[in-house]
Design a protein around this ligand. Structure first.
Ligand code: IPD
Ligand code: CA
Ligand code: CA
Length: 258
């Protein structure tokens, strides 16, 4: 499935770059709230992805961030975030990605995350492993907080949540080596999978933000869990890294620590 997935995200990447390089006008509007942007590129790229998949799998279902649920009722569903990191994209910041995952009966079995402006293509398939530009990848073996280079995001702030990531951020950052917040959850997960980050956490994400990246991180030896250490992500937040380091992070998210 990986060769097909990669052909789809590369076609989508070419479409995205036509907007990113300003050879096409990219009208930007806001969705539910003023900070939740959607651009013409988001919609055009999702159309390219669905069209490319439908050519090969006309009977499958789709769940796209911009077009919602569509297609027939099927055990196979394609979960699509056409541009993850729209805030970066519209400011010509290269940290954005195209995320496409295939789920069978609700379980992700393959996925690709493509960052065309960075030349990075991550893929994973159950039974095959996780890859960056075709090379197998593995999470880091960092085992202590004081040496951990991490990433997070603030979807929760945009969603107006009072109980948000700021308290966790203030508790965690003094204990770790480095923190980055580059604005593409899909890519954050893949940067953990490839060992660039040692851990990543975030609240208030959607399935399409994390489906492909979470599979790739798991297949690269990472533990992906919710903030209570369970499997209910992204609904109850998401945390990932090598299993030993994830154990060091979990106490930060226990109720009493807030
Ligand atoms: C966003 C990115 C970002 C996360 C936001 C998401 P979008 O996706 O994944 O990292 O913090 O919450 O909404 O909206 O650009 O597809
Ligand atoms: Ca997203
Ligand atoms: Ca998006």
């Amino acid at each position: 499935m990986i060769p097909f997935l990669e052909s789809v995200v590369k076609r989508a990447g070419a479409e995205a770059m036509a907007y990113f390089n300003h050879s096409r006008e990219n009208a930007v509007t806001s969705k539910k709230n003023r900070n939740d942007l959607v651009s013409a590129a988001d919609k055009a790229v999702e159309k390219v992805i669905i069209g490319a998949i439908r050519e090969r799998y006309p009977e499958d279902a789709f769940f796209g961030e911009e077009s919602g649920r569509s297609g027939t009722v099927s055990e196979y569903c394609w979960v699509i975030d056409p541009i993850d990191g729209t805030q970066s994209f519209v400011k010509n910041h290269p940290f954005f990605s195209i995320s496409v995952a295939l789920q069978k009966n609700g379980r992700t079995i393959a996925g690709s995350v493509y960052a065309p402006a960075l030349g990075l293509l991550f893929s994973g398939e159950t039974g095959r492993g996780a890859f960056e530009n075709g090379i197998p990848i593995r999470v880091s073996d960092c085992r202590c907080l004081s040496e951990a280079a991490c990433s997070t995001g603030f979807a929760c702030i945009r969603a107006g949540l009072k109980k948000n990531n700021l308290a966790y951020f203030n508790a965690i950052v003094p204990e770790i080596r480095d923190i980055k917040r580059c604005g593409s959850a899909a890519l954050d997960l893949c940067f953990v999978a490839s060992g660039r980050y040692d851990a990543y956490w975030e609240l208030c994400l959607q399935e399409y933000d994390i489906a492909a990246g979470a599979l790739i991180c798991s297949l690269a030896g990472g533990r992906v869990c919710d903030l209570e250490g369970g499997a209910n992500y992204p609904e109850k937040g998401i945390l990932c890294g090598n299993p030993a380091l994830v154990r060091c992070f979990l106490p930060f998210f226990q109720e009493k620590s807030r």
